[in-house]
Design a binder for this molecule. Structure first.
Ligand code: ADP
Ligand code: ADP
Length: 228
């Protein structure tokens, strides 16, 4: 679990208006923070800087008090789920979920791999489908496999970039409940990007509202409801 601190973070692409403009934000250990804002407001860019896929132009990023601006993604120990998650079509659900364990620098023996895959699969209700290939799964099940892959390792934090935006409304509601339950169960610090107001107001402990790259508000959903 990790504490994530952003201090005056700026991102400029070329010399235009900054994509992220002087954002300061503290995320506590175990906290579930939703990053919300219209398209183009800088949400993805901010998430990608946290995970290390995008350089920070100005400002400082700390994970557990350590400055990580120059640390490569694999050394940050964060786990990200993308909007367009790519599963390996030739691998079973089991092997898709196990994949990060096989890549990892620590060595996991097969007993450990199977214990972890089964724990993740159980949490995501995929236990019955471990031997299937992605082509034989529903959209929601595929999204769950992508999440399984993110939670199978001990990451310091989970980062979600609009993970439900490709699902229909019914499935989205269902997955939302599952994500909230999973986050509570694991208690891992989570940053979740969405442009969906319902998700923003129902899912997390805190909501960070971005507008044109700047942080407009950072408060609990209850506090935001009370705003005029
Ligand atoms: P959001 O995730 O809120 O939709 P983004 O972080 O994707 O917003 O984008 C924020 C701004 O930065 C937008 O104006 C977008 O066009 C710009 N932007 C994002 N990625 C790049 C890039 N690789 N090169 C140039 N501009 C970019
Ligand atoms: P989202 O808003 O869901 O983050 P986008 O469709 O804005 O996604 O961006 C998809 C990809 O294109 C990202 O990798 C982003 O960095 C890149 N991108 C976005 N805007 C620009 C831009 N103006 N110039 C170059 N790349 C961009």
């Amino acid at each position: 679990m990790a504490e994530i601190d952003l201090k005056n973070i700026v991102k400029r692409y070329g010399d235009g208006f900054p994509a992220v403009n002087d954002v300061s934000l503290s995320i506590d250990n175990g906290e579930f923070v939703i990053l919300v804002g219209p398209s183009g407001s800088g949400k993805s860019t901010l998430l990608r800087m946290i995970v290390g896929l995008e350089d920070i132009t100005e400002g400082e990023l700390f994970i557990d008090g350590k400055r990580v601006n120059d640390l490569p993604p694999r050394d940050r120990d964060l786990s990200m789920v993308f909007q367009n998650y790519a599963l390996y079509p030739h691998l079973t659900v089991y092997e898709n979920i196990a994949f990060p364990l096989r890549l990892n620098k620590e060595h996991y023996d097969e007993n450990e791999v199977s214990a972890r895959v089964e724990r993740a699969a159980k949490m995501l209700e995929l236990g019955e489908h471990l031997q299937r290939k992605p082509a034989n799964l529903s959209g929601g099940q595929r999204q769950r496999v992508a999440m399984g892959r993110a939670i199978v390792r001990d990451a310091k934090a989970f980062l979600f970039d609009e993970p439900l935006s490709n699902l229909d409304a019914k499935l989205r509601g269902q997955m939302r409940t599952e994500i909230a339950r999973m986050q509570r169960q694991l208690g891992v610090t989570t940053v979740y990007v969405t442009h969906d107001q319902t998700e923003a107001m129902t899912l997390g402990d805190k909501v960070a509202v971005l507008k044109r790259g700047a942080l407009q508000q950072y408060a609990s959903p209850q506090e935001l409801y009370r705003e005029p």
